[in-house]
Design a protein around this ligand. Structure first.
Ligand SMILES: Nc1ncnc2c1ncn2[C@@H]1O[C@H](COP(=O)(O)OP(=O)(O)O)[C@@H](O)[C@H]1O
Ligand SMILES: [Mg+2]
Length: 252
């Protein structure tokens, strides 16, 4: 058994198409590479993903990726809690990907979460959906009687920082939604990987998408108190650029 139970990251949004599965795949493959064995202990896998979306897009992408350190369990609302127990017993970290609607699976997953990430694109529509999703997180917190950390993660943001992006961040903050510093930039590498199963670091370890994912993994690990291998290089990269999501990546 783990000395400490495996932390759970949940990708939640009442809206589809915001990037939940993309982020779940990127985080699972990046963290599986960088989680210390010590953290994962004698577990069979470093990361266990639970695909609770009936479309099974995460499961399909992970099957093509074929990473021995990442396991994927299919689940629905009724089977989510046993799936979480199974995942925690066999891996050092659990990532749950949900479908884009407020349902039983979302409530259960949030109730179990150590960190809920709410992906949203820089648009007013997405502010509204993120507020709804944060409402479900609050219901789950009420149900389980503890605070549940949750952050909006801006997705598909333009490579070059634009005024509209700053304005958009302000709108989420105004709506009372805490934002991650890191954003997931709009990049073809994130679409390419859905066909090939190749995560960004396998496509180009020094490319903008890979660095973007490492910065995200670092920020998430920081919130969860996980120690990751190879963080020093990423740290140096970060201090060279103010914006974690990297306006400078345009040159990469
Ligand atoms: N950062 C990104 N850059 C480019 N395409 C992206 C990015 N994030 C998501 N996409 C694309 O947007 C679409 C929806 O993303 P997906 O992760 O499936 O969303 P969700 O799981 O929330 O429904 C997919 O076609 C995906 O490839
Ligand atoms: Mg999805």
């Amino acid at each position: 058994m783990n000395a400490r139970r495996a932390p759970i990251i949940v990708l939640a949004s009442t809206k589809g198409g915001v990037g939940k599965t993309t982020i779940a795949f990127c985080l699972a493959t990046a963290l599986a590479r960088r989680l210390h064995r010590a953290r994962a202990g004698m577990q069979e896998h470093r990361v266990a993903c639970i695909d609770a979306d009936p479309n099974r897009t995460l499961q399909q992408a992970l099957r093509i990726a074929d990473m021995p350190d990442v396991r994927c369990i299919e689940s629905g609302g009724e089977t989510l809690l046993p799936a979480v127990r199974d995942a925690q017993a066999t891996a050092g970290l659990v990532i749950i990907d949900l479908e884009g609607s407020a349902n039983q699976a979302m409530l259960y997953a949030c109730g179990k979460a150590d960190l809920v990430l709410i992906p949203a694109q820089p648009s007013r529509f997405d502010v509204v959906e993120a507020v709804k999703t944060a409402g479900v997180v609050r219901q789950a917190a009420d149900l389980v009687g503890r605070d549940i950390a949750h952050h909006v993660l801006l997705t598909r943001t333009p490579v070059l920082r634009q005024k509209v992006a700053e304005h958009s961040r302000g709108q989420f903050v105004k709506a009372g939604l805490p934002l991650l510093r890191t954003e997931l930039i709009q990049r073809t590498a994130f679409q390419h990987m859905t066909y090939t199963g190749e995560p960004p670091h396998a496509q180009d370890p020094n490319g903008g998408a890979a660095r973007n994912v490492e910065a995200l993994a670092d920020e998430v690990a920081g919130i969860l108190g996980l120690s990751l291998a190879g963080a020093a290089g990423i740290q140096a990269l970060r201090s060279r650029r103010g914006r974690t999501s990297a306006a400078g990546e345009a040159a990469a």
